[in-house]
Ligand binder design. Structure first.
Ligand SMILES: NC(=O)C1=CN([C@@H]2O[C@H](COP(=O)(O)OP(=O)(O)OC[C@H]3O[C@@H](n4cnc5c(N)ncnc54)[C@H](OP(=O)(O)O)[C@@H]3O)[C@@H](O)[C@H]2O)C=CC1
Ligand SMILES: Cc1cn([C@H]2C[C@H](O)[C@@H](COP(=O)(O)OP(=O)(O)O[C@H]3O[C@@H](C)C(=O)[C@@H](O)[C@H]3O)O2)c(=O)[nH]c1=O
Length: 284
């Protein structure tokens, strides 16, 4: 199959390129230099060349705090971008895989059970709102879509790009005497290598639609950081703090664990536990 991965230099994009290359697909990766998804002309010309039968969009504006003060940039990339891609895919009757986020949830501050695809979203940040708008465009415009919500991504490309939580912790753990980490936000950090394998499995099926896909289990950012340091053999003084004490510009969900049962049922494939995935990442 001719597959085009948009955002091919990002964390997920990079791992998708290597994961899918083992499958004899005709793969094209498009970087931000080669395509600007919010520009319909750029989309048309970049995709005309590769003539894809399936497009995977991993491009996004992911700066959650900055998005609060630049909503127009977040909405251009995260909402109008996917809209352009959905229009292209619908016009050419091809499939679109679009990646979304657990941050479409959060409005229910008392939630304690994992979210299913049928649960009502309620974003509490500009980033979450812009990503939800993108999902809606894809689902409304493009008949042949897979929309995949995931969470807390880390992959090796994050080392050289914008970083990721794991790399940030490893850096801060060496720079600072003491770290304060939020211990009342629950989610499931997910390896982009595992997510790439999941996407590879899902696109082999005809079961289009909306899916939640993360590693197994759940944790807080504090416990995640503690486990990173344990696995890396580092001793770092850490304080567990409440969300209010961190005072970030963007509000984050207190609980955004995703229920991946639908994905497992459809593919027969499940991702490793987040601790196992983290160990694999750190070893690599
Ligand atoms: N990171 C996370 O923790 C999570 C991410 N997601 C979602 O997963 C997807 C992949 O995330 P991740 O791999 O971490 O993202 P990255 O930021 O690592 O990669 C995104 C890539 O898209 C490119 N890009 C950004 N804006 C545009 C644009 N307007 N047009 C074309 N290309 C663009 C970036 O290029 P450049 O850097 O040069 O601008 C970058 O190479 C995104 O949809 C994201 O919202 C979901 C949950 C968690
Ligand atoms: C660096 C740092 C962060 N934190 C907190 C802030 C935040 O609540 C949490 C995670 O911080 P980050 O900035 O890495 O992550 P954040 O940008 O909130 O992560 C999100 O990225 C977007 C793109 C998504 O789609 C989400 O799934 C999610 O993973 O950790 C601390 O408590 N102490 C610290 O020293």
């Amino acid at each position: 199959m001719r597959i085009t991965v948009i955002g091919s230099q990002g964390q997920l994009g990079c791992d998708l390129m290597s994961t899918l290359s083992s499958d004899r697909h005709q793969l094209t990766g498009l970087t931000h230099q080669q395509i600007t998804i919010e520009d319909a002309d750029s989309v048309e010309s970049a995709l005309t060349e590769s003539q894809p039968e399936l497009i995977i969009n991993t491009a996004a504006y992911n700066k959650v705090d900055q998005a609060e003060s630049t909503p127009e940039v977040a909405f251009a990339t995260n909402a109008l971008g996917p809209r352009n891609l959905a229009l292209y895919c619908q016009k050419h009757k091809i499939r679109l895989v679009h990646i979304s986020t657990d941050y479409v949830f959060g409005f229910d501050s008392t939630r304690k059970s994992a979210y299913r695809e049928t649960d009502l979203p309620g974003p509490i940040s500009v980033y979450g709102q812009s990503k939800l708008a993108g999902e809606y465009f894809v689902r409304a415009i493009c008949a042949q879509h897979f929309v995949i919500r995931t969470c807390g991504l880390y992959g090796t490309a994050g080392k050289s790009g914008n970083g990721n939580f794991v790399e940030t912790m490893l850096r801060l753990g060496q720079e600072r005497d003491e770290l304060s980490i939020i211990n009342d936000q629950y989610c499931t950090p997910t390896s982009t290598l595992d997510l790439s394998a999941a996407i590879k499995n899902l696109i082999q099926t005809d079961r289009l639609g909306l899916y939640h896909v993360t590693n197994e289990g759940q944790t807080t950012w504090f416990e995640f950081a503690q486990t990173i340091f344990d696995f890396a053999g580092l001793t770092v003084k850490m304080n567990p703090i409440l969300t209010e004490q961190y005072n970030a510009p963007a509000e984050r969900p207190r609980f955004s664990v995703l229920d991946c049962a639908q994905f497992k049922k459809v593919t027969g494939f499940s991702l490793p536990h987040w601790k196992e995935a983290l160990q694999t990442y750190l070893e690599s």
